[in-house]
Design a protein around this ligand. Sequence first.
Ligand code: CTP
Length: 263
Amino acid sequence: MHARQRTNRVVNRIEYFVIFCNVTKKAFYMKTQTILITAGPTIEPIDPMRHITNHSSGKMGYALARACIRAGYRVILISGPTQLKKPGGCLFVPVKTARDMLKEVLCHFPHADICFKVAAVADYRVSKFSSRKIKKTRDRFNLTLIKNPDILKKLGQIKKNSQTLVGFAAETHQGVTYARQKLKEKNLDWIVLNEISKKNVGFGSDLNEVTLISSDGKKIKFQRQKKEELAKQILKTVTKVPVDQTRRFSFTRFNLFSFLGRL
Ligand code: CTP
């Protein structure tokens, strides 16, 4: 073999090696999209004994986090206090108050491709926390409350075109009207409407039924089903990727043995 041919062969091999590195790198990083999820309630202390909070078991947000982890996404779960076991395989950030949640969300949001804002954030906090337990000496008692920051609205203001922002709306009445209003006011891509007056679904239950509404006018209703299953459907709808295929996706496209055989 001439020296020139040998050189060409070496160059070819180097080229193959570079392609191989790029393809395997792609295969490993195919699902490097990051999903930020907030879940559970926030709590606003009144005194060392008492607090203001919302009903929320955190089950829907945790189910969504598990669905995203299983699908191969990098997941950051920012959670208010819940009784649930934290999902493995994600960055778990525990918070208590709405302001703690805001701080953490703003820190992680720039790195997120998709954000599911499932948390039931307390809308108000007391104007002055009492470090001593408030005694029940008075028959009537007024608390002055001040509005908490609207975390989702802030995200809607800073979100880039490449990011997908999904809000959740808990409504007792005129659900679709209020959900559409929130979708617009908070500059969301999707909103998941949770009609909380329905029996046997929602808070604390393992079941839920929701309606997904998009900023481009889509309205998709998901019948009553397990939150685990619903989480997969929500993820699939928002990402437009069949969830069960996401993990296999990167490896089935690349056949290592046939590639090596060509070297
Ligand atoms: N949300 C938020 N920060 C708040 C309040 C709500 O980020 N201070 C988010 C929730 O996580 C949810 C969405 O906004 O994704 C809608 O929350 P919801 O409680 O349904 O509505 P609010 O915006 O609080 O309005 P209202 O209570 O008047 O219905």
